[in-house]
Design a protein around this ligand. Structure first.
Ligand code: BG6
Ligand code: MG
Length: 221
């Protein structure tokens, strides 16, 4: 197994960086301006989901209907708040263990790519310095199909000149694990069994997780 894997495709939000709290704050502000409150539990439903689909979920929670134009304005308002927050990010926003793993992969000659739904990935990568550790970047600016469609990861594998079967996907969202599997890749879930039980291997987070531990867990699957 270890010889066969030549690339790792990383989701961004919730796997490499701690941005869920900023998405939550920005969506909460929007909900408040629309007259309802939005809980952290509700926010779980937005993980891995595109901006537009997130807005639809938020509106259904608040039982609010908006015109298309109002929806566009609402997304722009949410995104402006979110961008203000992520523009202040530093390397401290990288989740524990993520940088160590990226460095280890580089030393071992395993290629790495980003596979994210976010259109804001370039700002986050630049602010945290993660861009130096990725061989390719596929984000929401390059894709037309949202996860669980495998498009984002198939593009990542192709950018790395690898076959899907030579890649492992790291994901914290159920739709992301489904996307990796649909693309023919092995999957590592980062989070809880409840959402990520379908992944080939599971870790609560990347803290102290080495490449050897990951390949051993995948071999057992
Ligand atoms: C995903 C996040 O990575 O990106 C979602 O998990 C988010 O919560 C989606 O909605 C789109 O992000 P952005 O930055 O383009 O609004
Ligand atoms: Mg994620």
């Amino acid at each position: 197994m270890q010889d066969k894997i030549r690339g790792v495709l990383f989701d961004l939000d919730g796997v490499l960086v701690d941005t869920a709290k900023y998405h939550y704050q920005a969506w909460s502000q929007l909900a408040e301006s629309l007259g309802f409150s939005f809980t952290e539990k509700d926010n779980e439903r937005l993980k891995g989901v595109s901006r537009q689909a997130s807005l639809e979920i938020l509106l259904s929670i608040g039982n609010v209907s908006l015109t298309d134009k109002q929806k566009e304005n609402a997304m722009a308002e949410k995104n402006a708040n979110y961008v203000e927050m992520i523009s202040k990010m530093t390397p401290g926003g990288i989740l524990p263990g993520a940088l160590e793993l990226l460095k280890e992969l580089r030393e071992k000659g395993i290629k790495t790519a980003l596979g994210s739904a976010s259109k804001n990935a370039p700002i986050i990568l630049e602010r945290t310095g993660l861009d130096q550790y990725l061989d390719a970047v596929v984000d929401g600016n390059r894709t037309s199909q949202a996860k669980p469609d495998p498009e984002v990861f198939l593009l990542g594998a192709s950018d790395l000149n690898l076959k899907p079967g030579e890649c492992v996907v790291f994901e914290d969202a159920e739709a992301g694990v489904e996307a990796g599997k649909a693309g023919g890749m092995l999957t590592v879930g980062i989070g809880h069994e409840d959402q990520l039980g379908a992944a080939d291997a599971l870790f609560p987070n990347l803290k102290g997780v080495s490449w050897t531990m990951i390949t051993e867990a995948l071999e057992k699957s």
